[in-house]
Design a protein around this ligand. Structure first.
Ligand SMILES: [Zn+2]
Length: 403
């Protein structure tokens, strides 16, 4: 048992953040056992710090960690020039382990406790990412990227093999520990055959497993997808017909979608990982946040490293606000998407994303420079907009110190 006295910021909703000053948080067996104003017994004084729920990154490419900030004018150029060649390096197991260790070390140092991860398209690279995640004690949903069409020779997989390798990794790792799960990961329609997408969709649905892919990030990409699958009316319809959409599907980007596509996403209860830093960096376009929110879709945030430049979800929150031309995202809303909103997208709102008794003790203690007023909105906006000045003091996953 462990007790801290600190100040809590809790995401109630996209419009409301709760600030609890100088309360006692007691942890037991990896969970929060109580939050109270009174406490008898020993405690650690952290009243100079702010405690927030561990941050959730719902879209990130582990094997691309070293190529952050590689300038490119657009998505497809960037994939060809940097990404595919970098992913090839993870065929080497020593390199794959090094990148996994560096990735997770950086991620927890920035307060991220849950990540939804794409690895390079090699079974061993994905297996190593799981081993490292298990050893470090982070919460992660990890999948081997699948690509069996229109890809460079050195990455392209055989369709059956790509699926079987994924199914083996699923059997080996999914829910075998309390913190790790598998996500089936067809890269996107441009590099996946109909066969691969269909067998993956069927299997994942039967197993109630997660699926992740990219949807409608860039206009050239969309045109190419419709050339490859001319029988369908939209990019979203391709995934729908392949059986890839559903409540456990996390779609990265979703920028250039029309009303019909939005209603398919709504009907299938598919989830969205908005990656504003990456969208800005690769000039992909502006995410229609207001429209998708009003349609009632569940939205979370992703760093999309290495299309995104940093694993810092504080930076991603800032970019979410900056990337909108007119729609104003208050700090409460950005904070919600990276915590409770992210948990909801993953169906984990009863486990993480909010600090209360019974939830997992995934916590981050931060030192935030003083604000003019001691209120939730002031502290949050200081935390997000001047995140370079925020010190991450400690990160806990299930009560265990990971940073
Ligand atoms: Zn991505």
């Amino acid at each position: 048992m462990q007790t801290f006295k600190s100040n809590l910021l809790n995401p109630i909703s996209p419009t409301e953040t709760q600030l609890l000053k100088k309360v006692f948080i007691t942890l037991k067996d990896g969970k929060i056992s109580s939050i109270s104003n009174l406490h008898h017994g020993d405690y650690e004084d952290r009243t100079d710090l702010i405690c927030i729920p561990g941050l959730i990154d719902t879209h990130v490419h582990l094997s691309q960690f070293y190529i952050r900030g590689s300038h490119s004018p657009s998505l497809l150029h960037w994939l060809k020039t940097y990404t595919f060649q970098e992913e090839l390096k993870s065929k080497d197991v020593i390199y794959a382990e090094k990148v996994a260790r560096d990735f997770f070390a950086d991620s927890v140092s920035r307060g991220t406790t849950t990540s939804v991860i794409y690895t390079a398209p090699y079974k061993q690279a994905c297996d190593i990412a799981f081993e490292v995640a298990q050893e470090l004690g982070v919460r992660a949903i990890i999948g081997m990227t699948m690509m069996d069409a229109n890809s460079p020779d050195y990455l392209q997989q055989d369709s059956t093999r790509a699926f079987e390798d994924s199914a083996n990794l699923f059997d080996k790792w999914n829910r075998k520990t309390g913190l790790l799960e598998y996500v089936f990961t067809p890269r996107f329609a441009l590099t996946c055959s109909a066969l691969l997408m269909k067998i993956t969709g069927d299997f994942a649905r039967n197993e109630n497993a997660y699926i992740q892919t990219h949807l409608s990030e860039n206009k050239v990409e969309i045109k190419r997808a419709l050339e490859l699958f001319p029988q369908y009316g939209s990019y979203t319809e391709i995934y729908d017909r392949m059986g890839l959409l559903g409540p456990k599907t996390i779609l990265g980007h979703v920028i250039h979608v029309d009303d019909e596509e939005i209603s398919i996403l709504k009907e299938t209860e598919s989830k969205i990982a908005h990656c504003p830093d990456s969208n800005f960096f690769l000039k992909s376009g502006m995410f229609p946040l207001q429209k998708l929110k009003e349609a009632g879709l569940d939205i979370a945030l992703g760093s999309d490293v290495a299309g995104g430049t940093s694993l810092s979800m504080l930076n991603v929150m800032k970019m979410a606000a900056f990337r909108q031309n007119e729609y104003v995202i208050p700090p409460q809303e950005a904070f919600y998407y990276a915590t409770l909103g992210g948990a909801k997208v993953l169906g984990k709102e009863n486990i993480v994303g909010f600090i209360e008794a019974g939830k997992a003790a995934d916590l981050v203690f931060l030192k935030i420079p003083p604000t003019r007023r001691d209120e939730a909105e002031n502290i949050l906006s200081r935390m997000i907009y001047t995140h370079e000045d925020v010190e991450i003091v400690e990160t806990l996953v299930a009560g265990r110190k990971v940073f």
